[in-house]
Structure formats: C-alpha cells, structure tokens
Design a binder for this molecule. Structure first.
Ligand SMILES: Nc1ncnc2c1ncn2[C@@H]1O[C@H](COP(=O)(O)OP(=O)(O)OP(=O)(O)O)[C@@H](O)[C@H]1O
Length: 257
C-alpha cells in the first residue's frame, strides 16, 4: 500500500440474508482527495459507507485505514479511529431536543475530557467554520432552514477535527444556489484543512464542481473510478446514460459555461 491511500476496501462482500449488495468490491480513497460515489438507487452506496464506518459488518473482504485492518483493531483503537472520521448522514440526523451548540458539542463530550467552556468555544468555532452565524448556536434544529441544518450537521461532523469527512447526499433537498454554496464550502474546507472527503451524491453539478475522482457503483462492485473527464469515455451503459443523458449534458454545459 502506498502512503497516499487512506482507505482501502478489498474484495468486499456485503449482504442482507440472501440479498447480496456488494461482491468483489475494491476501492481506494486517496489522502486529501474529494471522492464522489455515484450509482443507481439501491446499488449499495449507503451500505458501503456504513461498512467503512464499521456500522455494518462485511460478509467478506477487508477494509484498511492507513494500512491497518479495521477487523484487527481493539475496541480502544476503534474508538480512536472513530474520532478521526466525521460523518454527515443523509438526513442530517441532528438531535432535535438539543440546540445547535449542544449538537456540535456532543462528539466532544463523547470523545474528549475537557471543560464545558472550552467545549463551547470549540463548538462555536466549528459553527463558524460551517458558515453559520453565531446566533444559530442557540437555536434548535426545527428552527433552522434545510441549508442551515446541513451546515449545523457539518459543524458537528467537524467537531473532532476529522481526517476524513463522509457525506451522504449532502446537497439533497437544497435549492441549486444553496447546493452550490454547500459544495464550495466543502471544497474550501478540504483545501484549508487537508480533509479527505468521501461523498455519496446524485447531484451531477456537485460532481463536476468539487470531486477529484468519482467511483461508480454498478453490478455489485465499483465499476470504474476516475476523474469525470475519463468516465465520460467509459462504455458501461449506466455510466453512459448517467453522464451523457439530459441531466449529465446540462451539468457539463454548466461546468463549461
Ligand atoms: N438494513 C437493511 N436490511 C435489509 N436490506 C437493506 C438494509 N439496508 C439496505 N438494504 C438493501 O441494500 C441495498 C443497498 O441499499 P443502499 O441504501 O446502500 O442503496 P443506495 O445505493 O444508497 O440507494 P439510494 O441511492 O436509493 O439511497 C438495497 O437493496 C437495500 O434494500
């Protein structure tokens, strides 16, 4: 394994009972890149993310983080790893009974022994980093717009200064301007903090705007992983349809304009 590979998925098999989701799936995530993951509905994008995160046990194969097999880690090592992974789940998954500040403090409380004022200070910084006004700190998720909720969830995902940020459909439900602003924020954070980002998305504009490479899930595996410019030439039917269909052409035109 070379130094620039942060996550390595090898020969992964995932299943629910007899329903096989992944078979012989290989994927490398390079340090510092923004990797998009696309694929038809039900191809197993979220299951892949959950498996990398250790939320689902694989039926076969292995996952290595920094060259270390997740399966070999002790509970303590696993907790340390978890603190280096920031996750923004599809629905934001904020605690509805907690304010934004308390939501962002939650991972700090769980993983680090520090005073409340220091936790509040760090959480406040992350709220700013996610592009929210400081006044959002005392508000509850139900009082926020969809875009603000995403940013609050992002602030929480950044709470522990993760090395890798996982995003599941981050721009789903946002209007195009809100989605573009969120994309820009992710790119800026990745550049400024050296974050590695793994992002599941259906949003072609996001893929064009910020992804260094895109992995395509099809036929239970990663069918191709490459910069979009290379994927455009791939002859797989789903890839052709996705990138050369009407929405794909519109996104490409938007990128070129
Ligand atoms: N907990 C579960 N129990 C049984 N089957 C599941 C479970 N979670 C996911 N699946 C199945 O695994 C397959 C992949 O699901 P997954 O949610 O990863 O798809 P996806 O590619 O993320 O889809 P979408 O783009 O629609 O969100 C689907 O067939 C789904 O029904």
């Amino acid at each position: 394994m070379t130094d620039d590979i942060l996550i390595s998925v090898r020969n992964l098999r995932s299943a629910f009972g007899r329903h096989v989701v992944h078979e012989h799936l290989d994927l490398d995530v390079r340090r510092g890149e923004i990797l998009g993951i696309v694929g038809g509905s039900g191809t197993g994008k979220t299951v892949l993310l959950n498996t990398i995160l250790g939320l689902k046990q694989p039926e076969g194969g292995e996952i290595l983080l920094n060259g270390q097999r997740l399966a070999d880690m002790t509970a303590r090592e696993r907790r340390q790893i978890d603190s280096r992974l920031g996750v923004l789940f599809q629905n934001g998954a904020l605690f509805t009974s907690l304010s934004v500040l308390e939501n962002v403090m939650a991972p700090l409380r769980e993983h680090i022994d520090m005073s409340i004022p220091l936790m509040e200070e760090i959480a406040g910084m992350k709220i700013g980093l996610a592009g929210l006004d400081p006044s959002a700190a005392d508000r509850f998720p139900s009082e926020l717009s969809g875009g603000m909720r995403k940013r609050a969830a992002l602030a929480r995902a950044l709470a522990l200064d993760p090395e890798i940020l996982f995003l599941d459909e981050p721009t789903a439900g946002l209007d195009p301007i809100g989605a573009a602003a969120f994309d820009n924020l992710i790119r800026e954070l990745s550049d400024a903090l050296g974050l590695t980002v793994v992002m599941i998305t259906h949003d072609l504009d996001s893929l064009y705007a910020i992804c260094d490479r895109v992995a395509v899930l099809a036929d239970k595996r990663v069918e191709a992983v490459a910069p979009i410019s290379e994927l455009l030439a791939n002859s797989h039917p789903w890839i052709q349809e996705y990138f050369h269909g009407p929405r794909g052409r519109a996104a490409l035109a938007g990128k070129e304009s």
